[in-house]
Design a binder for this molecule. Sequence first.
Ligand SMILES: O=C(O)CCC(=O)C(=O)O
Ligand SMILES: [Fe+2]
Length: 387
Amino acid sequence: MAAVATNLAQSASGIPTYHQIPETKHERKMFPSDAFHRTALLMYAIVDWAKLVTLDLSQFDQPGGKQKLADQLFEAIQKIGFFYIINFGLTQEQVDRQFAIGKEVFQLSTEEKLQYRADLENGGYNGYKPLGLREVRPGIFDNTEIYNIPKFIPALERTHPDVINRNREEIEKFARHINDQVANKLLVLFALILELPEDFFLKIHRYDEKSDCHLRYMKYHHRTAEQNQALENVWVKGHTDFGSLTLLFRQPVAALQVRTPEGHWKWVRPYPQSITVNLADSLEFLTNGFLKSSIHRVVAPPPDQAGVDRLGVLYFVRPEDSVELRPVASKVLERLGYDKITDDSAVGITAGEWVKARVARGTTRSQARSELSQQEIIGGKSAKYYD
Ligand SMILES: O=C(O)CCC(=O)C(=O)O
Ligand SMILES: [Fe+2]
């Protein structure tokens, strides 16, 4: 794997090294035929992994490599909008440093963290989202803390806690690497899939323009058995993400699930040295439903990981704020019958408006999420939530 040249661990200044925990042992065995296995499967005590494609990004710059990857991705996204990438140019050590920094952020006092609170009610997502902001069931509140860091451009500059400031150079390098060397390559592959000029999506995802792309540190506080039971183990209801792509660096904790086209939930395995990627709303709107914004949710981990506070490092890729979410003209969409706009309710909405509206609607306290299956976001366009 081609690692970024600098040894980022050298700048570890005072933050403890992050150690990943072991993987779950509660995997589905080959033949879960006995009553114990069947019950355990139902109780989420046994993990049934989704079968997903892995793209080796080191092939991208090899002769014919881009097209090969695009073909592989074309296959994958017909089935499910989730895939893995490997060899993306960051070492596990560099990734673990981000986990370590994220962990430090959440260890700050609530008072300090609240100084950086995101303006969620008005659709602002950068900064700190406190624990328990949303009621997920009557009387039970969400178990996530989030710290979002926008793109490192003057228009989006904001204040951060000292731990971020002290490590800013390293964080910026990490975020820019994801944007330049990972997300942009994937955006080229999507253009190739649609037989569009290679830079088609790059032109609407420029780093120096305003957009809601961000690096996120996330912490799920573990729940008691009683809470899990009341929630039927569902921590975050099935949903789609708002932007173009979501990239997840993951702890080896089983918790993320994807909804198959048949409507079943499968677990998404967190492989070491990989990034889990999922497609999001904007790509679905821009391709008139051909690229599917994947439906996923977060559930309580299996028993051997039940006590873990699950940390995540995520990168959200979103189109520039001013991009109108109108389907693109593509021969591939024509050939496959995706050229007739069947749902034009996103036409006229910009990517920036869509994200802000979804964030603001997601923060309203008026209704517990469990009672909600569909919610109007903006201009008649709705988002759906799945049990
Ligand atoms: O924590 C995860 O694995 C997924 C998080 C997620 O779906 C989100 O933040 O949109
Ligand atoms: Fe999500």
